[in-house]
Design a protein around this ligand. Structure first.
Ligand code: ADP
Ligand code: ASP
Ligand code: MG
Length: 455
């Protein structure tokens, strides 16, 4: 039986008509049954600034952004020689964009719910265009299959945490069964949107920035796919971000556990949650470049052949270190419980943590500081000290917490860089530490030279 393949194409793979046709060729070659697409590159950012301008500025500023977004999509539609039906669909989406922005502008209020509705238009317009590109390629290749547009909101059901909604996986599977019962035998390539979903009541939600990878994984789980492919602008996962370190090398195979650590600790190539559904259902994930589809790319699997000590490294920027101190912690119990309860009440996730006799330090994304109540609540149980402009540097590999001498080698390599906090021991796969933001790139370059280029 044919393998059921879900392929996701990111913003740059959707950049213009040529990129869309190239991506559609990749989907055809890979025999994809479902294609999940991002907004065209730059559009989500434009929609966010549309929401912000509509809330704070004059209507004329909003019209400028709306025109820019429309022109970009109309140009692609023309280049793809789109059908009248697609033009009508685009007209309706642009009208919705106009009405939503007008509503925000009149109310002077862009709630996270309104922002999600606005942002959804990025993927909803790009998917109309990609359906055209897919249809063109299928026709050119003489395939009998049709390109069929699916509104992801019909199947990708989420909770109502607008802006970072959580997929309701069991319900997604039920909806996939109902809407896409015969995926393996279907004479069509289903094109749908990444990033967006809807509550059970039908309100539009988004999964958080970069969330199309996660959507594709959730849908792959929902339709019980055999393979998930993430097509982007780099030929697979590399030993570090190639933009930071041009010597970065492609990785041909990496385990679920290592790749999850890499994504969580800052490698933008995969949204941090992408691998959760793949791990749950043991679906192998391929990462490749739609611009260089013949390059080897990376396979992410449960079992891999090689288990190097250091496979890759990542950097997570915009970190803050929050240190909570109180003499009451001395010989007392329950202090950590109280602290974690505050973080839990505010739905804040902690990345790394260290403790001493009377203090606890945790790293958080700096956006959490926007929530002033969090710091106020923490201040009621301890003295709070916040350090900003930090980056978390991580080395990812195997058996890291059982290898003698590794810490010495790491810190000798970056001896001239001040390290604010170290996290070692909890994970076999990760060693991370905190440095000032301006030292992050140099730390990665030096560590990459030592542990990858010279290894
Ligand atoms: P897309 O729009 O296709 O989702 P992203 O920009 O989200 O693409 O992710 C791809 C980018 O991730 C690459 O251009 C690269 O700069 C960055 N990146 C960060 N870490 C890595 C890594 N270890 N390997 C490959 N790419 C990485
Ligand atoms: N378009 C969304 C973003 O830019 C989602 C994605 O591309 O993955 O964040
Ligand atoms: Mg991405």
């Amino acid at each position: 039986m044919n393998q059921l393949v879900v392929s996701k194409f990111g913003g740059t793979s959707m950049g213009d008509a040529q990129c869309m046709l190239r991506s559609a060729e990749v989907a055809f070659r890979q025999k994809s049954s479902m294609v999940v697409v991002s907004a065209t590159s730059g559009t989500t950012n434009d929609l966010i600034s549309l929401g912000q301008k509509a809330e704070k500025s004059a209507w004329a500023d909003c019209e400028t952004i709306i025109r820019k977004i429309q022109d970009r999509h109309r140009k692609i539609a023309a280049e793809l020689d789109s059908s009248m039906d697609s033009h009508h669909k685009l007209d309706a989406l642009f009208e919705e964009m106009h009405s939503l922005a007008k509503g925000v502008n009149l109310l002077r209020d862009c709630s996270t719910k309104a922002m999600d509705a606005l942002m959804s238009l990025g993927e909803r317009t790009s998917s109309v265009l990609f359906t055209e590109a897919m249809a063109t390629v299928l026709k050119q290749k003489g395939s009998q299959k049709k390109a069929k547009l699916l509104d992801a909101r019909e199947v990708l059901k989420t909770d109502d945490s607008f802006g970072r909604a959580k997929p309701l996986t069991a319900i997604v599977a039920q909806h996939c069964q109902r809407h896409l019962p015969d995926m393996r035998s279907m004479n069509a390539v289903v094109v749908t949107q990444g990033y967006i979903g809807s509550t059970e009541e039908g309100m539009t939600t988004t999964l958080g920035r970069g969330g199309s990878d996660y959507s594709a994984a959730i849908l792959a789980e929902g339709i019980a796919a055999d393979i998930l492919e993430i097509w982007t602008d780099v030929a697979g996962i590399a030993t570090t971000d190639p933009r930071l370190c041009p010597q970065a090398k492609p990785i041909s195979e990496i385990s679920f556990k290592e790749a999850s650590e890499l994504a969580t600790f800052g490698a933008k190539v995969l949204h941090p949650a992408t691998l959760l559904p793949a791990i749950r259902k043991n679906i192998p994930v391929f990462v490749g470049s739609s611009f260089e589809a013949e390059a080897k790319g990376t396979w992410v699997r449960k079992e891999v052949e090689q288990h190097p000590l250091i496979r890759a490294m990542a950097i997570r920027k915009n970190q803050v270190l929050v240190t909570l101190s109180t003499p009451e912690m001395l010989h007392a119990h329950g202090f950590l419980f109280q602290i974690f309860k505050v973080f839990n009440d505010h739905k804040v996730s902690i990345d790394a943590i260290t403790t001493s006799e009377i203090s606890v330090s945790v790293t958080l994304d700096d956006s959490t500081l926007l929530n002033k109540k969090l710091i106020a609540d923490l201040s009621e149980i301890a003295d709070v000290h916040v350090e900003e402009n930090l980056s978390l540097v991580s080395l990812i590999g195997n058996n890291i917490n059982h290898t003698s001498g590794l810490g010495k080698e790491i810190f000798e390599t970056i001896a001239d860089i001040n390290v604010r906090m170290i996290c070692l021991g909890a994970s076999k796969h990760n060693f991370c530490f905190l440095v000032n933001e301006e030292h992050g790139p140099l730390a990665i370059q030096k560590l990459h030279q030592k542990f990858v280029e010279m290894a």
